[in-house]
Design a protein around this ligand. Structure first.
Ligand SMILES: [Zn+2]
Length: 208
């Protein structure tokens, strides 16, 4: 993908995630595969809904990641291990998106794991949603488990994974599809949470 178009897509995606309340402070990270040897990724330590083109980092897969900097001098995302592992494992996709989805974090903090077959939209567009127990943010161990979950047969391969207390990682042919999948995970988790709360309230007041 041409770099200016990729930069524009990443910036618009970050703004949309912010506008929908799906990222806060410096949370979340996004990447687009430019070609076989380069990724364009969001930087560490910046709000992803206020990025400028010069804040984005070109990461060359054949160069040390530690040397990669944006034109504005920022290092790439602290979750680079995850982005590298997922792009390597899934050459069929062009983008990866990660956000600390609020309802997904609340549900998994409470030990609840939603079933995507419960809603028509997620049953169709996100039929598989593997759940991963907690891993250290940015670690190779978590990166490897995410990549393995996203390549676990049978087809169709999962479009997203749900992370314990850490939101979700989604993949897509482009960043728009990856972001759509993140939004669907959050809709599923929010609806699941609301249904649990309604059932609990009904039981508390004795309504049958
Ligand atoms: Zn994270």
């Amino acid at each position: 993908m041409e770099i200016d178009a990729a930069a524009d897509a990443l910036i618009r995606s970050g703004r949309r995630l912010g506008a929908r309340g799906l990222i806060s402070a410096g949370e979340g990270n996004l990447s687009i595969r430019l070609d076989a040897s380069r990724l364009l990724v969001t930087p560490s330590g910046r709000r992803k809904d206020e990025l400028e083109p010069d804040d984005l980092v070109v990461v060359r897969l054949d160069h040390p990641i530690t040397e990669a900097r944006s034109k504005s001098g920022l290092p790439p995302s602290s979750d680079m291990a995850m982005h590298l592992a997922v792009h390597a494992a899934r050459p069929d996709i062009g983008a990866v998106a990660h956000a600390h989805l609020p309802s997904a974090m609340a549900l998994t903090l409470a030990g609840e794991i939603p079933d995507p077959s419960a809603l028509p939209e997620t049953a169709h567009f996100l039929p598989r949603l593997p759940y991963l127990s907690f891993g250290i943010m940015g670690s190779q161990e978590l990166a490897d488990r995410i990549a393995a979950a996203l390549t676990e047969p049978p087809a169709p391969l999962p479009g997203a994974v749900l992370l314990e207390r850490h939101g979700a990682v989604a993949v897509g042919l482009d960043i728009g599809q990856a972001e759509d999948r993140l939004e669907l995970v959050e809709v599923l988790c929010r609806t699941w949470r609301d249904a649990l709360l309604i059932r609990a309230a009904r039981a508390t007041v004795g309504i049958v």
